[in-house]
Design a binder for this molecule. Structure first.
Ligand code: SF4
Length: 472
């Protein structure tokens, strides 16, 4: 079965509603949903049809004909207006992103697939940059869901070389936006959640309708299945679920635990972890807006972190050598640094693989037994000491601006552009990345006569300057 991202979220809210919509194929007429679909289609047509696009009003008129039960001529202005707002997003790619509107991605999960359709995906044209997803919302309920995290996961899984995804909900009626950044590390959690949901759907499918339990609550108010739903008619006897308190009845000795009970507790543990994560996410957003929460002697919120010492490995090696100590006995290489180094040089033969003692953890099924720890400590320190080029100096804003100036000179930029780079360089040397700095830098770029590939190189250099300036 293919499960759409929105259906995964429906299943989490109420499995019976998922059953009604996805298995029975029940579709309840909804003007709000049809307006949303019409807006998306008009915006997509504008992008794809180019010169043949008949205009927003005409395209909106075409769309309302597809929904005669819910939409009429009075909806045309609204659909055309919001579609115009949508298309402004497509222009955000600039020249360092390729915009792909209405892209559908699908990945296998167990014996099923999960798919999602994104309103706009921005794929970076330069390595190391994050992908971007924008989801345009026409509703007014700014609810927090996992939708963007799942989309980010689909992008990382579907395209090689993407490790970070910047996502955004654009609330077109409210003129508001909510932004979230997902790295591969965050997406491990969402992958676990997806696997768990699909597993539960699979289990329910094997049982038939009874497998899809009703979960009456505030969601019933928006459920088109409410009139037929046994939970709202009083005929429904929910299956007796083990409550959290049952955990207190865990046998005191593991020998008394049957495999059936162990499985039950394991699935309860995963469900509780999912709930904990959900609560954490909501509290993160709440505390961002309202400040820290203090419960007893505990506080939660965003706090300054103690500064961390970043060692200069070369200096540490020199200092050890001055004192007659063997640096190889003290310096270790983290697996992250080893991975970074491996992108530059081949470390084959520089490490031995030591089996790690088994520790209790929750892992993806397919990764169990496949992980290894790269132990590259001594050998890599030797390489670092021998080959200074292996650890490049961290670029500074002024070194990058200087490189940029040299580049512009090489492509025979006009004097005016070079003068602007000099202004930016002087600002960067004094650590001032203010308006004068950015104006000068951008003016240096704004001259005619660049070939396309040079423009891309310039975009990449400006991006690097921006990154380092922001990090500083
Ligand atoms: S009415 Fe409520 S309990 Fe019934 S299917 Fe809809 S959301 Fe679920």
């Amino acid at each position: 079965m293919n499960v759409r991202v929105t259906s995964l979220l429906t299943f989490e809210d109420c499995p019976r509603r998922f059953f009604a919509e996805n298995i029975l194929g029940l579709k309840v007429p909804s003007a709000a949903a049809d307006i949303g679909t019409a807006i998306h289609t008009v915006a997509e047509r504008w992008y794809k049809e180019g010169k043949n696009f008949p205009g927003f009003k005409k395209a909106a008129e075409d769309e309302i004909k597809k929904f005669p039960d819910t939409l009429n001529i009075e909806n045309v202005i609204e659909i055309a207006g919001l579609a115009k707002k949508f298309i402004s997003v497509y222009g955000e790619g600039g020249f360092d992103y390729q915009v792909i509107p209405e892209i559908r991605l699908q990945i296998p999960v167990g014996r099923h697939t999960v798919s999602g359709q994104m309103d706009a995906l921005f794929m970076p044209l330069f390595p190391g940059m994050p992908a971007k997803i924008v989801d345009l919302k026409t509703g007014r309920n700014r609810a927090v869901t996992k939708q963007l995290a799942i989309y980010a996961f689909l992008v990382v899984k579907s395209f090689g070389g993407i490790h970070d995804v910047l996502t955004r909900y654009e609330w077109v009626r409210l003129n508001e936006k909510d932004e979230y950044h997902y790295s591969e590390k965050h997406l491990i959690e969402i992958e676990l959640w997806i696997n768990q949901q699909v597993k539960q759907i699979d289990k329910a499918l094997r049982k038939g309708e009874e497998g899809f339990t009703c979960n009456p609550g505030h969601v019933c108010a928006y459920c088109g299945y409410a009139q037929q739903c046994p939970a709202t008619s009083g005929d429904y006897n929910p299956p007796v679920e083990d409550s959290i308190e049952d955990l207190a009845e865990l046998p005191t000795s593991p020998e008394l635990l049957t495999s059936e009970m162990a499985e039950k507790y394991a699935s309860r543990l995963l469900a509780l972890q999912g709930k904990v994560k959900q609560i954490e996410n909501v509290l993160k957003i709440w505390t961002e807006k309202h400040g820290p929460l203090v419960i007893g002697d505990q506080a939660m919120g965003k706090f300054e972190k103690a500064s961390q010492r970043q060692f200069d490995v070369k200096k540490v090696i020199e200092r050890c050598q001055e004192r007659g100590l063997n640096p190889l006995e003290y310096i270790t290489l983290s697996s992250t640094a080893a991975k970074k180094l491996e992108r530059k040089i081949d470390l084959e033969g520089c490490y031995t693989e030591k089996p790690s003692p088994p520790t209790w953890s929750i892992k993806k099924v397919e990764t169990v037994g496949l992980e290894s720890t790269v132990n590259t400590v001594k050998e890599t320190v030797e390489i670092l000491a021998e080959d200074e080029k292996a650890v490049p100096e961290q670029p500074t804003v002024s070194s990058l601006v200087k490189d940029f100036g040299v580049f512009l000179k090489g492509v025979e930029a006009p004097q005016e552009a070079l003068e602007n780079v000099r202004v930016a360089y002087r600002c960067s040397e004094s650590g001032k990345y203010d308006e004068t700095f950015w104006d000068a830098l951008m003016s240096a770029v704004a001259w005619q006569g660049l070939q396309n590939e040079k423009a891309q190189e310039i975009a990449y250099m400006i991006q690097q300057i921006e990154n380092v300036a922001q990090a500083g």
